[in-house]
Design a protein around this ligand. Structure first.
Ligand code: MG
Length: 246
């Protein structure tokens, strides 16, 4: 059922097949249902500085650095970049608003999927633009014995964030992986672009309000409506991944 799309991917990269050893997970909007809080915090923070960024637009910018998002809105609304001081103030306001909101829960379906991957002996890596200090503790609470510091790429590891492929290329390096030995699970258009640009088969899960077309246009190889759907489809997809060769 997924063979056509996997074949397209293999052809595009001149790979002969996928030998799956690892799954590379984005965090916000994939492992945690945290995007509604981020979108709301962005919207409210920009409004405090007299600029308009709708919650839906915040989803489009997911994965960019805070500075890049602020400057895109600033140029549009005021015709000029924000000063470094403004960027620092606005981003701090956004972070404070985000931290004041109730903590996001684990994404439904995420643990069910991860349990299957673990039982198959696949390595699990985290690739996030987030730089929250308590990241690993929080991951361990929700996904016990799954994520390990040496197999995580965070904001501190990269100089160019998504949509640049650097975060996913770093993850491949950390895991000692070739692109055809991994898959990416992403929810955001720029995260999808980053996974695709790194040459890795990229699964989009549409856990937010954007139309599917945005994720497909970003280059997603496969699209699922939720993490629960991906978890339920995993045994079928796993067979297609193992069985499709050129
Ligand atoms: Mg995300």
């Amino acid at each position: 059922m997924y063979n056509d799309k996997i074949e397209n991917y293999l052809r595009r990269h001149d790979y002969t097949g996928i030998r799956l050893r690892a799954v590379l997970f984005d965090m916000d909007g994939v492992l945690f249902d945290s995007m509604p809080n981020h979108a709301r915090a962005w919207h409210e923070a920009m409004a405090l500085y007299g600029m308009h960024l709708s919650p839906e637009e915040a989803y489009m910018h997911e994965g960019r650095t805070g500075a890049a998002t602020i400057n895109i809105v600033s140029r549009r609304e005021r015709g000029t970049d924000a000063t470094p001081e403004e960027i620092e103030r606005i981003y701090k306001t956004k972070t404070d608003l985000f931290n004041a909101l109730p903590k996001a829960q684990a994404m439904p379906g995420a643990w069910e999927l991860i349990r299957q991957l673990k039982s198959e002996g696949l390595a699990i890596l985290l690739v996030t633009g987030s730089g929250q200090a308590s990241l690993l503790d929080r991951l361990n609470r929700h996904f016990p014995d799954t994520f390990h510091q040496e197999l995580m790429v965070t904001a501190y590891d990269v100089s160019r964030g998504k949509p640049d492929p650097e975060p996913y290329l770093k993850a491949l390096a950390k895991g000692g992986l070739h692109p055809w030995e991994a898959i990416v699970v992403e929810n955001a258009p720029m995260g999808v672009q980053a996974g695709v640009a790194a040459g890795i088969l990229t699964l989009a899960v549409n856990t937010g309000p954007l139309p599917d077309s945005v994720l497909l246009d970003a280059g997603a190889d496969l699209l699922f409506p939720s993490m629960t759907a991906l978890s339920e489809q995993w045994p079928v997809l796993r067979e297609s991944l193992a069985g499709t060769t050129l």
